[in-house]
Every structure is written in C-alpha cells, then in structure tokens.
Ligand binder design. Structure first.
Ligand code: SF4
Length: 396
C-alpha cells in the first residue's frame, strides 16, 4: 500500500446525500446575527470581535473552547449558533504536500477544497458552488450542472477546515477561487466571504494574494469591476476563437470571446493589475501552431500572462495529452509572437484529484453509475504575488 493510500480516508461510493436539519444560525456567516444576539443577552458588543478571533484565528471549533467568555454566555451561544456546518467526508494527501478535502455540507451536498504547499506559500483552492453550470467538457464539476450556490459561511468554512490542516505556526497565504463552480455566478456570497479572508479580524490575507478565476461572464465581471476590482483575475480561454471555444467551454456560445476579453480589459483598467489567461492544452484539439498564432493575435497589446497547462489524458475521456513536439511548437509560436507565457507545473498529481471528481465518485451519478475518473488539469495564476503552482485539482 502506498503512503498515499494509507493516509486516504475511504469515500463511501454512491452514497445518497442525507438531509441534516439546520435550525441554528451559522456563526461564520458574515452578518450581524452575532451582534444582535449579544445585544439581546446584554453582553458587550466587543465580545463579537473576540468570538470571531477565536473562530478565525485561534481555530476554536466550539464555544466551549472560548475560555475567556462567561460560561453562561458560551452555553447560550452554543444553543443559538452552529460553528461548523460541514464534516470532512474524505481527506487525501499527496506526498508533495498537497491535501484535498471533500466536505459534506449540512444538506448532504459535497464540495472540494485543496491545500497546496510551495516553499513558504500555503495556497488554498476553494469552491464557490455545488456543481457548475458552465459545462466545460473536460471538467467533472460541470458534468451534472449546478446544484446551488455556496453561502458566504460555507465559503469561509472551507478556509477554516483547510487552516486546521496546518501546524499552529502556519497560516494560509494565498487563496484561489478555482475549485468547483463559477465564482462570478455567485458573487453576492463570494465577495463578503473574501472580505472576511482579507480582514485583520479574519484571516488577514492580502487582497493581492487572492485570485478569482472565471470562464468570463461579462455582466458579472462588470459588476466585479464596478464594486471590487482589487483581486487578481484569471480568465480561462482554452481556445483562440469562438468556434473552438464554444466546443470546449459551451457557455461561450451565448457570450463570445470578444465580449469576454472586453470585460476582462475593463477589469484590467479598473484594477491596474496584469490579467492572467489560462489555456489547457488538449492534444489534437487546441494545440496546433495555427491556434498558437491566433492566440498571439488575440492577446497582442494586452498586459497579460498566459498560463499553458498541458492536459493529462485519462482513460474514458476523448481528450489526450499534447505530444512533446506539439507542446514545444505551440510555445515557440507564442514566445516568438511576444506573448508572456509560462507552463504550469502540477501539484497533487498522486491524489488524482481533478476538480469535482472526488465528489462525483462519492455521491454517484443520477443514473447510479460509477463516474470515470476525469483527471482535470487545473488552471492557476501567476502574478508576482499569485500562487506559483497549478493545483491539479482546480478547474475552469
Ligand atoms: S472548469 Fe470551472 S467553469 Fe468549467 S465546468 Fe468546471 S468548475 Fe465550471
């Protein structure tokens, strides 16, 4: 048995989601329920800051652990609020330090999140939705469509659960919203969660170290540009023209590359940050020199970094790894064309952890049939402060 197998908790196959009634309020929701509760108890308002510090910085998972609170207040808090709404259904570890959690939500749905280690960096890849409506052909997360948006509290709870994997002296340094779901389709819940991630009372993660990764939904991207253009943005292209992109990223049929790029440009103007574009290199599909030339034309004049992510073929899917020669020729055309390009190295390969794959295997499909393992290349980002690694678990 490999070290990986020894450390991997078993996942029950095809287990039907169960419903656990949730009557108490989730304390990690970034709302004023805690302040309202404290006022009703006659407790000072400053207690709220202390309680959040316990939860987000001192890793308390129960009110009982908050030893500087009066005992009666702790008991009443425990009656009114739940601290964690998720349970760890599976925990996988790769020898390279990558760890992946399959979290079961209160309603029985499951999501994935990942911790990546690279030097002193502790990058987490988190999900924004259960499932995904974008339908990218190589992605397990999108195979069954979207189930629902995650709440802000559920997004924050991924950070709490991942922080628990780290020794006391370590903290999350970077966040990439690249897991299951399309982040821009859940901006209303995502942005409050990222505010908690950034805040000094929360996780204290610099906004420059937070990346939102998207296939590009122009109206939502414009809302982000208007309201909060401070995060690093990564846009998944995967093709240099509409015809091919609509095959790989079906949602493109209703949008079109021009609109995606125009919205990305508006974000760039507002944020002043270099954009990242992602391109999963699929053998025989989007890896021809002509396609590289078209990509050069597409990106010309933009201050952007292009991440090329060679696909790793998996039995059962009609996509294959690009040949070494095709990859080299593709990159040569890009570099000669003046594109700022880099090939992403992969992390977590041993845990076979394509985004959405673990969830699908654990809950089965609607037909009850097993799901093929779809090892999905993950996009990553690469600004100076962005993560340097490509989690093989991420998607988009
Ligand atoms: S790659 Fe990302 S956007 Fe595409 S289906 Fe998967 S989760 Fe959704």
């Amino acid at each position: 048995m490999s070290p990986y197998e020894e450390r991997t908790a078993p996942v029950a196959p095809f287990q039907k989601p169960f419903f656990r009634p949730q009557t108490m309020h989730h304390i990690l929701e970034p709302d004023d329920a805690l302040e309202t509760f404290l006022a009703a108890q006659g407790a000072p308002a400053w207690r709220a800051r202390g309680i959040r510090r316990w939860l987000l910085q001192q890793r308390a998972t129960s009110f009982e652990a908050m030893t500087d609170l009066p005992k009666q207040l702790r008991e009443r808090l425990a009656e009114a609020f739940t601290v964690l709404t998720t349970t760890v259904a599976s925990h996988q570890q790769d020898p390279d330090g990558t760890e992946k959690l399959l979290l079961q939500l209160a309603d029985g749905e499951r999501i994935e999140c990942v911790m990546l280690r690279d030097g002193v960096r502790r990058t987490v890849c988190i999900s924004s939705q259960v499932g995904c409506a974008m339908g990218c052909v190589f992605c397990a997360s999108g195979l069954d469509g979207v189930v629902r948006n995650l709440t802000s509290g559920e997004i924050i709870e991924q950070l709490v659960q991942l922080t628990a994997l780290l020794p006391e002296e370590e903290r999350i340094s970077h966040i990439v919203v690249m897991g299951m779901g399309e982040p821009l389709a859940n901006l209303a819940n995502l942005l409050p969660a990222l505010e908690v991630a950034e805040s000094a009372e929360g996780f204290g993660i610099s906004q420059r170290r937070i990346t939102i990764s998207t296939v590009g939904l122009p109206p939502a991207l414009d809302r982000l540009t208007e309201s909060c253009p401070r995060y690093h943005l990564a846009v998944s292209l995967h093709a240099p023209d509409d015809s091919l992109r609509s095959k790989i990223v079906p949602v493109n049929r209703a949008i079109g590359l021009d609109a995606v790029l125009a919205a990305a440009d508006r974000y760039w103007e507002a944020s002043g940050r270099r954009l990242t574009f992602e391109y999963v290199l699929l053998g025989g599909l989007n890896d021809a020199p002509q396609q590289a030339k078209a990509l050069v034309r597409l990106l010309r004049g933009r201050q952007a970094l292009l991440n090329v992510i060679p696909y790793n073929a998996v039995a059962g899917l009609p996509y294959r790894e690009p040949s070494g020669a095709a990859r080299t020729a593709f990159l040569e055309v890009l570099r000669e064309g003046g594109v700022n390009v880099q090939v992403r190295r992969r992390k977590g390969g041993k845990i076979d952890a394509a985004c959405g794959q673990l969830r699908r295997v654990s809950v089965g499909t609607a037909s009850g049939e097993p799901v093929l393992h779809t090892q999905i290349p993950i996009k990553s980002t690469s600004a100076s402060t962005a993560p340097k690694i490509t989690p093989s678990q991420a998607s988009h």
